[in-house]
Ligand binder design. Structure first.
Ligand code: HEM
Length: 205
């Protein structure tokens, strides 16, 4: 998290409401979902890479599986998402969110705002301007390819049979203070299995 994300949180939720409508008592996105309770058991190798408490021992967890959209009355889309919370013995709670897409449309908050602005209907006519949207999308090659890939994602058969991707980059510090950057990838189509940690190529700090 960088401070700028907090600064722009309200603006982001406003934009989301503009896209999905405002539905009191529902989350702005991922409006429909179910929460399950369980135990997270890390694979033994995880300790080598991180001193994070939930990778040292089994901890209680909750998982919320949801669809992506913010309108609870809309038909289900092809998105399936998983939000995990891990409850530490100290009382602290940490989370991990993931999507069934392995890429995200935007690389930063500015691109999200630009995307929403470009795809919103004209406030006066209520019409969408496809040319404006396409021009914005085409100006960002990573957005173009992420949207193309999204279209190819098959509709999930069930939340339990979906592969989830925590797209973020993670900085892991182990008990000896060694630092490495990790991508967190699913090992298969079972969301409750511990993720396998794969090294990212070394990068400058
Ligand atoms: C700028 C990009 C993003 C925006 C604007 C955004 C927006 C949101 C919003 C508004 C919510 C609802 C929060 C609430 O009302 O409690 C949400 C929840 C969620 N987001 Fe994002 N999100 C972004 C990126 C991501 C990414 C990259 C992932 C996964 C890799 C992700 C996964 C999720 C999940 C799984 C939830 C559901 C949380 C739950 O079930 O409690 N989001 N997001």
């Amino acid at each position: 998290m960088v401070p700028g994300q907090y600064d722009r949180a309200e603006k982001m939720v406003e934009l989301v409401h503009g896209v999905s409508g405002f539905h009191p008592t529902y989350r702005a996105f991922h409006a429909v979902g179910d929460i399950y309770r369980g135990t997270f058991t890390p694979i033994p190798e995880a300790k080598q890479f991180t001193r994070a408490m939930h990778f040292q021992q089994a901890v209680p967890m909750t998982v919320r599986f949801s669809g992506g959209g913010g309108n609870p009355d809309a038909p289900p889309s092809t998105t399936a998402d998983m939000a995990c919370k891990f409850y530490f013995p100290t009382g602290r709670v940490t989370g991990l969110i993931s999507l069934n897409a392995d890429t995200f449309v935007a690389q930063n908050v500015g691109q999200v705002v630009g995307f929403v602005d470009a795809t919103e209907p004209d406030p006066e006519t209520g019409e969408k301007d496809d040319a404006k949207a396409m021009a914005y999308i085409s100006s960002i090659p990573t957005m173009t390819s992420a949207l193309a890939l999204r279209k190819k994602i098959p509709a999930p058969v069930s939340f339990a049979k979906t592969a989830y991707h925590a797209i973020h980059a993670f900085r892991f510090v182990n008990a000896s203070g060694n630092v490495r950057r990790q991508a967190c990838l699913p090992t298969g189509h079972l969301p409750c299995r511990s993720p396998v940690f794969q090294s990212c190529p070394p990068r400058r700090q």
